[in-house]
Design a protein around this ligand. Structure first.
Ligand SMILES: [Zn+2]
Length: 136
């Protein structure tokens, strides 16, 4: 019975929050101090980016500026785009014609993170590493 209730609750919560249909935005990241993180599409349109706190950490990483990315999410206004939650891997970087996961790696501890910042273990700054999603 408990399982049934959970499924019911899930069905209700999914139905109660209709979000706009997801779409994928492709373009070049522009990340600079004092500038809202943005993506410039092929036709030169600048779209401001937003997302959950972890996604915003990625959008604050100047090392990613200039990267060509695919971002999945939805427009919240005509020039603003909210990227889907980080656990859905909604932002991917193009490299050599492939879409790569954006990861942060500590070689010392062999720990990989999804957001920039100090290593959770040794506190050293992690290295930005694009990773082939098919790689095991
Ligand atoms: Zn470490």
């Amino acid at each position: 019975m408990r399982v049934c209730l959970c499924i019911l609750a899930l069905a209700i919560s999914l139905g109660a929050a209709p979000s706009p249909p997801a779409e994928t935005l492709r373009g070049r990241l522009v990340i600079a101090a004092g500038h809202t993180p943005a993506l410039v599409t092929a036709d030169g349109t600048e779209v401001k980016l937003d997302g959950d706190p972890d996604t915003r950490k990625i959008l604050d990483d100047p090392r990613l500026s200039g990267f060509e990315v695919d971002a999945r999410g939805h427009y919240t206004s005509s020039d603003r785009f909210a990227i889907d939650p980080i656990h859905t891997r909604a932002i991917l970087a193009h490299r050599d014609g492939k879409l790569m996961l954006i990861t942060y790696f500590c070689e010392l501890c062999n720990i990989r993170a999804w957001t920039p910042g100090p290593c959770a273990c040794c506190q050293r700054e992690t290295t930005l590493e694009l990773r082939d999603p098919d790689e095991k």
